[in-house]
Ligand binder design. Structure first.
Ligand code: 5GP
Ligand code: MG
Length: 193
């Protein structure tokens, strides 16, 4: 969701941190990124058939995860991004809007998609399908966090940093009212309005 900066949203953004609940501190966040990096390195350093993958970040939420994870990866990779957002009714999957489509060639390639959080899984299910339609050989999904929503998802991640409770969170790329993506830890906040 993209928010228009306004006094209303600034006030909301400031207010909600007053009773935010720390879910994972910055240390735990860094350990989770280390874990995903290790797992990806193990696979992509070893397997020649998956060499030279294209890594695609799903903006804007994946920006911090992408930046920090990339510096820990030891194999040759190309990086590009896409900008996808989902809005509307959660129950019906909402509407997926592609603001930027990746311009890199995906045909015949192993594509690693990086995102901040797998919630209902609608966004990444859509992204994966679209990349396969564009000719990707395979789509590997790595997310910083997977939300435990207590029901099946249309898309699962191959690599997961942290599992989060079913709460709305901010930090490490995730925003509320457009703010707080910059926080190095994960906080649960009460939004509304
Ligand atoms: P899904 O389609 O999996 O339900 O939605 C995934 C997208 O919704 C994520 O990439 C993220 O942008 C956003 N999202 C889902 N849960 C949260 C959350 O708890 N906090 C924030 N800030 N964004 C979330
Ligand atoms: Mg997102």
């Amino acid at each position: 969701m993209t928010y228009i900066d306004s006094e209303f949203h600034r006030t909301k953004a400031r207010e909600l941190m007053k009773d935010a609940e720390l879910v994972f501190d910055a240390d735990a966040v860094q350990k989770a990124v280390d874990k995903v990096a290790q797992e990806l390195n193990q696979r992509f350093d070893a397997d020649d058939s998956e060499a030279f993958p294209l890594v695609l970040g799903v903006m804007g939420g994946a920006v911090v995860f992408c930046g920090q994870l990339l510096t820990r990866l030891t194999f040759a990779l190309e990086f590009d991004y896409m900008h996808v957002t989902r809005y509307g009714s959660k129950d019906q999957g909402g509407t997926i809007e592609w603001k930027v489509i990746p311009r890199s060639n995906v045909e015949g390639r192993t594509v690693i998609v990086l995102d901040d959080i797998l919630d209902e899984g609608e966004t990444l299910a859509h992204v994966k399908e679209r990349l396969l339609q564009m000719g990707a050989k395979e789509v590997v999904i790595a997310v910083f966090a997977d939300k435990d929503i207590g029901k099946a998802k249309p898309c699962c991640a191959d690599y997961i940093g942290l599992t989060l409770p079913n709460k709305f969170v901010v930090g490490y790329g995730m925003d509320a009212y457009g703010y707080w993506r910059n926080l190095p830890a994960i906080w649960a906040v009460k939004t509304g309005g």
